[in-house]
Design a protein around this ligand. Structure first.
Ligand SMILES: C[S@@+](CC[C@H](N)C(=O)[O-])C[C@H]1O[C@@H](n2cnc3c(N)ncnc32)[C@H](O)[C@@H]1O
Length: 226
C-alpha cells in the first residue's frame, strides 16, 4: 500500500464513529437521498451479487436491501477496520444474513466470483487514484453487469456548474477528497448504456453504466495498474 493509501486508511479509521453525522453535514443533508438514489438504480431482478467498494459503516446497505431480496449476496469492502467494525455491528443488530463485510484494500478484492453490480457511493473521490479503482471495479464486474457511482464530480455543461464546482472544491479541502473529471472520461471510454443524472445542481453526479460484452476500448486491460 502506498503512503497516500496508508494516510487515507488512518483518516477513515479516525472518522468512522462520527462518519454518518459528517456525511449528513457535508452532503447538505442529502446523504439519505443519495443512498436511496443508489439503491433505485440497482436492477434488482438480475443483481444476485452486489459489491460495494468503499462501503464505510454500511450506510448504503439498508437501502440496497430494500431493493433486493434475500437471494442477493451483498458484499461491502472497506480497508478501514473501524468502518468494518461498525458495519458488522449493524449486520448483527439487523440480522442481515445475505450481507458480508470484508476488511481489505479494494485492490486486493478477488475477481474469482464476478459481480452483477459494483457500487461506489461517495467513495471514488475518497481514493487517491480513481482510475485505478475503476479498473479494479471493471475487472470484478460480469460482462453486461452494471456499475453505479455517486460522487462529487466537477461538471461544465450548465451556467451554475462553476458555482457547484466551487462548493465541490471547498468541500474537498475539508474532507480531503479528490474531485476529478477522469471518472466520467473513464466511464465514457470503457462502458456502454451510460445514464448520468445530477443531484443538488451537480454537487452530486449519479452514473449508471454497463460493462460491454467486449471491451470497446482496445487499449484497456482491466488488471493493469495505472
Ligand atoms: C467517503 S466514505 C464513503 C462510505 C459509504 N460508501 C457512504 O456512501 O457513506 C469512503 C470510504 O472508502 C474507503 N476506502 C478508501 N480507499 C479504499 C481502498 N483502497 N480500499 C477499500 N476502502 C477504501 C474509506 O475507508 C471510506 O470508508
Amino acid at each position: 500500500m502506498d503512503y497516500r493509501q496508508a494516510a487515507n486508511e488512518r483518516k477513515y479509521d479516525f472518522a468512522a464513529s462520527s462518519y454518518d453525522l459528517i456525511a449528513f453535514i457535508m452532503s447538505l443533508g442529502q446523504a439519505k437521498k443519495i443512498y436511496k438514489k443508489v439503491a433505485d438504480k440497482i436492477n434488482g431482478n438480475v443483481s444476485k451479487k452486489i459489491v460495494e467498494l468503499g462501503c464505510g459503516p454500511a450506510s448504503v446497505t439498508p437501502y440496497i436491501l430494500e431493493h433486493t431480496d434475500i437471494s442477493t449476496q451483498i458484499t461491502g469492502v472497506d480497508f478501514s477496520e473501524q468502518m468494518i467494525e461498525i458495519a458488522n455491528r449493524k449486520k448483527e443488530k439487523h440480522n442481515w444474513e445475505n450481507v458480508t463485510f470484508e476488511c481489505m484494500d479494494m485492490y486486493n478484492f478477488p475477481e474469482t466470483q464476478p459481480a452483477d453490480t459494483v457500487i461506489f457511493c461517495l467513495a471514488l473521490t475518497a481514493i487517491p487514484d480513481a482510475t485505478k479503482a475503476l479498473k479494479k471495479a471493471l475487472s470484478i464486474l460480469k460482462s453486461g453487469g452494471q456499475m453505479i457511482i455517486v460522487d462529487s464530480i466537477p461538471l461544465n455543461s450548465s451556467w451554475w456548474h462553476p458555482f457547484t464546482n466551487t462548493y465541490i472544491y471547498l468541500k474537498s479541502l475539508v474532507v480531503g477528497a479528490k474531485p476529478t473529471r477522469k471518472i466520467l472520461s473513464f466511464i465514457h471510454e470503457n462502458m456502454v448504456d451510460i445514464e448520468i443524472e445530477e443531484m443538488v445542481y451537480g454537487v452530486y453526479t449519479v452514473i449508471k453504466a454497463k460493462k460491454a460484452s467486449q471491451q470497446p476500448h482496445a487499449g484497456f486491460t482491466p488488471d493493469a495498474s495505472s
